[in-house]
Design a protein around this ligand. Sequence first.
Ligand code: ADP
Length: 476
Amino acid sequence: MKIFKSARSRLTFLYVAVLALILAILGILAYVIFTTSISDQTDRALSEVGTSFETTARRHFEDVQEKKNVSEALSHTAEDVSFKNYKVFVFSQTRKLLWQTRTLEAEPNISTDTAQRWLNEFTSSEEANLDGFSNDREIFRVHYHPFKMGGSSFYLIVIHPLDEQKAYLRQIRNAMLLIVPVALLLTSFGGYFLAQKSFAPIAEMSEKAAHIHSSNLYERLPIENEEDELGRLAKTFNDLLARLNRSFEQQKRFMADASHELRTPVSIVRGEAEVSLTKKDRDVIEYQETIAIMQKESERMSRIIEDLFTLARADSGEFVPTLSSIFVDDILADTVRAFRTLGKKHDVSISYTQNGDMPLEADEFLLRRLFTNLIDNSLKHARSKIKIESSMKDGQYEIRISDDGPGIPLEKQDHIFERFYRVDKSRSSNSKSLVGSGAGLGLAISKWIAELHDGTLSLSKSDSSGTLFTVYLPTK
Ligand code: ADP
């Protein structure tokens, strides 16, 4: 239903429904208790009237003046006593009406026939009894009171009309039927007002949240009270916004850095091409030099693009490594071999000390990439030697790659795994590099590869005597 679309209305409806149920149960319960108690009171009063009539009659009977005449005692009693709204009929043992008390003004007139008829309803027992009867217009409560006096049996029929009592109960019922809906109406207004007040901050939050876009992700929802539920909701939302903002900023920086890195080789290639085309009469050697530069820059671009592609796949979170049974030590030995020639060319010795077989289920291509990146970095900075050691330690494979280069300045060590982070900001192409793009992506990719295999890559030491990187890979 449309009206229940808002949580406010739903809450108010539920609240009023529960209250209506409680009031209905309480009302019925109170009414039943009240009715029962009034009926009990009436019955007690009826019995008391019967007893008091009998007591008065006995007193008259005992009176010396009366000379112990039962008939006179009873007729005097019937003349003397009168109980408002209670009428007493005296019957003989043969169930013949003897006397009756006076009918007061405004009291319903009960015919003797009626009294006689009701008496017959009670079986002639010696036990007092109570019952309810009605004629065409009214309902009565009737008390049957047998007693013995002067050797004869008598029956009293005490009658009490219930019309006053019924009117009283009707008044109470009507009052309840009026009070309950009014109370519910007032409660529903109050409930709706309270719900509106409680939901107002949510409405405000949703209004504010609707205006947050990629351009203003730094904006936050207002928090009135951090301790309450709404405050916690707003805080959770703000934390989410902060995370989104951070990753958005990272993406933006990544895009800016990537285009910046690609712009340089593209400009070089374009510049070289323009110069070659405009300058006439160039000799073959000049053309060859130009083409060599263009080839080198194109290669660099390809590496950057390949690195960016790898990182994009890593970021997507959907990368599934191609696992196969390999030997880590074999891959290390292969990688070292690939670098030997370049090392020799630059007078850098590369040694590999291996301690046993290192079987593993891993992505061979990615592991080669990891070791190649690390050895390539070492070669770029080593003075004369690179040492690679592999062993098994605490259920993990430990691979240590160290060089005797100048090391990484202490204040920069925390950043080297960040994307596009370079210690030396000048972009110089390094002839000692076999694979590096020089864009500052190598270590970020290497760390991701190690973590993809549930391992770690860390900088264990770096000072003026050299740098040591350690890779840990779990054996299973
Ligand atoms: P790149 O792809 O440009 O080599 P990396 O992410 O591999 O970038 O390395 C980040 C930075 O860490 C580089 O600027 C590099 O100078 C520095 N670095 C990496 N390895 C070594 C090392 N073994 N010795 C000294 N500096 C290093």
